[in-house]
Design a protein around this ligand. Structure first.
Ligand code: ADP
Ligand code: ZN
Ligand code: ZN
Length: 725
């Protein structure tokens, strides 16, 4: 009798046993179609067995073994089991969620043949000098094809807009596609810079690593971390390996993708992120899994891609909170990447200008090797000077101080760009009645509705609820309603009134909602068709605008005294990032921060560009207060419509926890930071321990007790190593 244990996408922490017919070959890691309830579903074989604990009559038979894709390797099965175990998420859901959606269906998927492109007869007959000069990219493609045929990847390396231009050339009949003979055997590396001594030392250290080794690459903004990655890639690619490069944001992938393609034009590169459609994602996944794609550039979900020749993992901006998934499997892609590198015995590089305290502590205590880049890579680029503007005694109706206005005015005169940073979109965070004090609260949430003046609406950023701006106070009828506080739209309006001739561009989630808008805006900025940028943290990361010399930070203070113990760590990272946008070219940069607390240690460290001093302050605080990285935490969250029910669940959960009497500290049940969202009451319970192992042992006992508590109308989840409270 042959039995397979199958992972299925159901919320139970078990595998399911099925018979396999004698004539049906099957191995672990293969996808199978099995009956489940009244349906047939796709699952993944995790184990083979000779017998089952279930009665023979209750076991059903595998309908089909899917052979379209090679089985998930043992390494992946182990990785997924570890994740299910560590994050206490049902094994089947963990395994299935790691696959592209198409692979969760029984329809077969195929890896499409790669194509090569060459000039058609009419294309060869073209006189390129006769074509319109403004079709630059098309011309460059045609010129390149005159030298010989090219793969899709090589064409994409010509320009970010090359795929669109190629399509037009094919439609015009000048270029034709044919099947590729063999994957391109050529390896080209476009050397751009001579590495600085610090960069070279970092590259050498990683190259020397044998087997698993974790490196923290701590490099100030503009120190050329990307260049270090490129040189590391070069070594690996030459030896035939694959590199997994994780980045926090989809927004940054097109830029990086184009950049790496231009440096390695013959190398197959794929990106994996949620912005791809299902077909693209499946194809890219198959390319990676078959070993053909050599550079895999992706957001957190890419950490689960099977890579037969994986030789190096890089996590860029490792401190970024978006590596942590906030629902379903609450994993941290950075931490999973470390586990994976260890299991595969390959090196891993975590890069950041402002490392997470967790990684920094690991580096300080010797678990990771610390590599430092302390200077900007380009000779001409200097770190910007940072100054605080004390606003405690200044009246600023529109949130902008006089000093800031004159600094912006100077830049306008000099024809340089400025960036005004404020992490709040909309016009004002709340609308208030001047007579009775009514505030625009959301009917479904504990939060306030944000005023969006452009379309005269109030919007809740938590649940999406929106209404028209009321003509008068809903509570007392007074017609004088005033916006309170500032958002990006209000700043944009105020600056435009102050500088009527300035070209001002607002960049936030509202202004970039449509696909492609952000790319177009970036081009506008690069072409210097913009004088002042007003934006949220979308602008803070990774961008290299050469004529930008002034960064203004408007209202950072609320994060200094927030209830969230990570708020000031995040604020420093954000301000260091956004400051890093200034003075990247040959002109010196300046950063002005409006604050009522200029002597706060955070601002002192920011002015001195001294991450180490700031990290030391935070680590001391965290150690004294007993916070991570000195303790390990798990957060139980629960939400539901009936308050009594939610609290009853949590009461039982807590008493189950204290009843276990283990080496953990069980805190009280408290309301979440946003205690009501979309009409759901939200409550949480923190458990912590100074040993990871004790916490895991506790969780293993606690989880089944939690599952036994009645929770029909409730949603609850366990978040291991939570980042948000
Ligand atoms: P980071 O990611 O550390 O902020 P980047 O990798 O974006 O920095 O590099 C900043 C700038 O320095 C880029 O314009 C890059 O081309 C340039 N650069 C990197 N390495 C060198 C080098 N060795 N010599 C000269 N310029 C360099
Ligand atoms: Zn009123
Ligand atoms: Zn709401």
């Amino acid at each position: 009798m042959r039995i397979v244990r199958v992972a299925l996408d159901v919320p139970l922490s078990t595998l399911f046993d099925y018979y396999v017919a004698e004539n049906m070959p099957v191995v672990a890691g293969q996808r199978v179609v099995v009956p489940f309830g009244h349906r047939q579903v796709v699952g993944v074989v995790m184990e083979l067995a000779a017998s089952s604990d279930f009665a023979a009559t209750r076991i059903k038979e595998v309908v089909q073994v899917l052979n379209d894709v090679s089985p998930l390797p043992a390494e992946m099965l182990k990785l997924l089991r570890f994740c299910s175990d560590y994050y206490h998420h049902p094994v089947g859901m963990t395994v299935l969620s790691a696959l592209p959606t198409r692979l969760r269906n029984p329809q077969a998927v195929v890896l499409k043949q790669a194509l090569t492109y060459s000039l058609s007869d009419s294309g060869k007959a073209l006189d390129l000098d006769q074509l319109p000069k403004r079709k630059q990219v098309q011309l460059r493609i045609l010129r390149a094809l005159q030298e010989g045929s090219l793969s899709a990847a090589q064409i994409k390396a010509i320009s970010a807009t090359a795929p669109a231009a190629l399509k037009q050339l094919i439609e015009a009949g000048w270029v034709e596609a044919g099947e590729a003979s063999a994957p391109c055997a050529k390896f080209t590396f476009n050397e751009e810079h001579r590495l600085t001594a610090e960069q070279q030392a970092a590259v050498d250290a990683v190259n020397r690593a044998q087997g698993f080794a974790a490196f923290l690459l701590h490099g100030i903004t503009g120190s050329g971390k990307t260049e270090v990655y490129v040189h590391l890639l070069q070594q690996i690619l030459q030896r035939g390996g694959q590199v997994l490069l994780l980045v926090p944001e989809i927004n940054l992938t097109p830029q990086l993708e184009y950049y790496f393609r231009s440096r390695f034009p013959d190398t197959e590169l794929v990106s994996l992120h949620s912005g791809l459609n299902e077909g693209e994602r499946t194809q890219n996944w198959l390319l990676a899994q078959s070993g053909r794609a050599r550079i895999i550039l992706g957001t957190r979900l890419a950490v689960f891609t099977p890579l037969p020749n994986l030789a190096l993992i890089i996590v860029d901006e490792e401190h970024d909170a978006s590596f942590k998934q906030q629902d379903g499997l609450h994993y941290s892609a950075r931490d999973v990447a470390i586990f994976r590198a260890n299991a595969r015995a390959v090196p891993i590089v975590l890069g950041s200008a402002t490392p997470s305290l967790e990684s920094y502590y690991n580096a300080k205590s010797g678990r990771y090797t610390l590599l430092k880049l302390t200077e900007r890579a380009s000779q001409l680029a200097q770190l910007p000077s940072v100054r605080c503007i004390n606003i405690s005694n200044e009246l600023m109706p529109e949130g902008i101080s006089q000093q800031l206005l004159s600094a912006l005015g100077e830049r306008l005169l000099r024809g340089e760009q400025s960036l005004v940073f404020i992490n709040r979109r909309g016009y004002a965070p709340v609308l208030m009645c001047t007579a009775c004090g009514w505030l625009s609260g959301c009917p479904n949430c504990a939060g306030k509705m944000v005023l969006h003046l452009k379309d005269r609406r109030l919007r809740c950023h938590h649940c999406g609820h929106q209404t028209r701006v009321p003509p008068a106070c809903p509570s007392c009828g007074n017609a004088d309603l005033q916006p309170v506080g500032i958002g990006t739209q209000r700043i944009e309006t105020a600056l435009q009134a102050h500088f009527p001739d300035a070209r001002i561009l607002r960049v936030d989630r509202d202004s970039t909602r449509n696909k492609g808008t952000w790319n177009a805006m970036r081009k506008q900025i690069q072409d210097e068709a913009v004088d002042i940028l007003v934006g949220t943290q979308m602008l803070a990361k990774g961008h290299d605008f050469h004529n930008l010399t002034l960064v203004c930070v408007l209202s950072p203070d609320s994060a200094l005294y927030s209830g969230d113990f990570r708020a000031s760590e995040k604020l420093f990272a954000q301000l260091a990032q956004v400051s890093g946008r200034a003075g990247r070219g040959d002109k010196p940069g300046e950063v002005l921060v409006q604050t009522a607390f200029p002597e706060h240690p955070l601002f002192r460290a920011l002015r001195a560009h001294d991450y180490d001093a700031w990290a030391a302050t935070l680590l001391t605080e965290r150690e004294q207060a007993g916070f991570p990285p000195f303790v390990y935490q798990v957060l139980l969250r629960c939400e539901g419509k009936q308050e009594a029910e939610v609290y009853e669940f949590m009461r039982q959960a807590r008493s189950a926890a204290t009843g276990l009497v283990m080496q953990v500290e069980v805190y009280g049940v408290v309301a979440a930071a946003m205690p009501r969202r979309a009409n759901h009451i939200r409550v949480q319970l923190l458990v912590q321990s100074d040993a990871r192992k004790s916490l895991q042992q506790f969780l293993r006992k606690w989880q089944p007790l939690l599952e036994a508590i009645p929770a029909k109308q409730l949603r609850w989840s366990v978040d291991v190593d939570p980042l948000e409270f």
